[in-house]
Write a protein that binds this ligand. Structure first.
Ligand code: NAP
Ligand code: GDD
Length: 343
């Protein structure tokens, strides 16, 4: 019998890569999509299967983790072997504007799924999409599974609840529930408002003469960026262990946002010249400002530095990232150029 996986958050960056990964592993994959006014399945359209197809392996269902009824119905009718909870209001800056919605989705969403597992079938394995944002104002460099958490946003605080409720259901109810504490991971499928994608899209458009300016916030924060494709493999490996445990997935390298801009502009052969400081700092191309710093993209409290120590995952999961920053950027630029439609 094929294994059955249920993915909450299937329409997101990681949901798309994980679906493809699990289908290759011969799983039957069920994904949960939200009802939205515009179709939101762009990232998974390439694996869509006709409803009448015999031996279908990929199914989509409407649902929402803030709706307990839908969570209950999905789990009890699909009867999955593994559940991956990737659903989230995942934008840190946005979480300052809609904190309650963020908490409802990210914190209580995880709890709702765990409650159904507890009451319906404790054998279902559960993966919770945890985050390096938990480390926030970092208490140690680099950060590993034992580093103290210090969340710095409503997003991170909501994920802190999800982290501990996952641990609690594992310990209290003997459920195979595990957290992946994942550092930033990017790809051509990254959401457009996250900084890497914003930079790649913005600079490609500037290069092609379809845009004049890119506005950014804090370009001095440092992130440990990996590739989403590598990280979904780690998620799966976490659920294949004999015992449920929490793991950091990271590259162990950190770079500033400004360095990321430098790499992208070099690859596009854009000769940027930086001048000014603070909010007046600008990057010029042929004497014209093309990147400016704008206050609206700063966060009320920032996470200045993230760098992960993934030695536990390396040792116990035999996991390590295959793609470095250069290949992540190459991948993103290639896709952006190929799919650029003049808008
Ligand atoms: P993403 O692209 O923003 O995807 C989030 C997914 O959650 C989307 O499918 C979204 O649906 C869905 N969703 C949002 N609210 C929902 C709700 N109320 N009910 C059901 N589904 C809902 O995020 P990602 O980058 O793939 O990240 C996946 C998960 O890993 C998230 O939980 C994120 O917080 C976490 N994480 C990400 C990173 C990273 O660097 N990417 C690092 C650490 C942790 P729509 O498509 O309809 O919006
Ligand atoms: N989004 C955005 N837009 N970020 C900017 C901008 C901008 O215009 N300018 C500078 N930044 C800075 C942010 O202040 C932050 O320090 C850094 O770029 C990265 O921002 P994001 O790409 O939005 O990612 P994030 O690190 O806040 O959060 C992502 O990674 C987390 C894991 O550490 C998200 O994917 C989270 O869901 C995930 O948990």
């Amino acid at each position: 019998m094929k294994k059955k996986a249920l993915i909450f958050g299937v329409t997101g960056q990681d949901g798309a890569y994980l679906s493809k990964f699990l289908l290759k592993k011969n799983y039957v994959v069920h994904g949960v999509k939200r009802k939205t006014s515009l179709i939101n399945t762009k990232r998974i359209d390439d694996i869509y299967e006709e409803p009448n197809k015999k031996k279908k392996s990929f199914f989509l269902h409407f649902g929402d983790v803030i709706d307990y009824g839908s969570v209950f119905n999905l789990i009890t009718t699909i009867k999955p072997d593994e559940i991956y909870n990737l659903s989230a209001q995942s934008h840190v800056a946005v979480s300052f504007e809609i904190p309650e919605y963020t908490a409802n989705t990210n914190a209580l969403g995880a709890l709702r799924i765990l409650e159904v597992i507890k009451n319906f079938n404790k054998k279902i394995k559960f993966y919770q999409a945890g985050t390096s944002e938990l480390f926030g104002k970092v208490q140690e460099i680099p950060q590993n599974e034992n580093t103290k958490f210090y969340p710095r946003s409503p997003y991170a605080v909501s994920k802190l609840f999800a982290h501990w409720i996952t641990v609690n259901y594992r310990e209290a109810h003997d459920i195979f529930a595990a957290n992946g504490i994942l550092f930033n991971h990017e790809s051509p499928l990254r959401g457009e408002t996250f900084v890497t994608q914003k930079i790649v899209k913005g600079l490609v458009k500037i290069k092609l003469g379809h845009r004049e300016k890119l506005l950014l916030g804090n370009i001095y924060s440092k992130r440990d960026w990996g590739h989403a494709q590598d990280y979904v493999e780690g998620m799966w490996k976490i659920l294949q262990q004999r015992k449920p445990k929490d793991y950091v997935l990271a590259t162990g390298k950190t770079f500033t946002v400004k360095y990321f801009i430098k790499k992208v502009s070099e690859k596009l052969n854009l000769k940027l010249v930086w001048k000014g400081k603070g909010l007046k700092e600008k990057a010029y191309l042929n004497g014209k400002p093309v990147i400016e710093i704008n206050k609206r993209y700063f966060r009320p409290s920032e996470v200045d530095l993230l760098i992960g120590d993934a030695r536990k995952a390396r040792k116990e999961l035999n996991w390590k990232p295959k793609k470095n920053l250069d290949s992540i950027i190459d991948d993103m630029i290639f896709y952006e150029k190929k799919n650029f439609n003049g808008k």
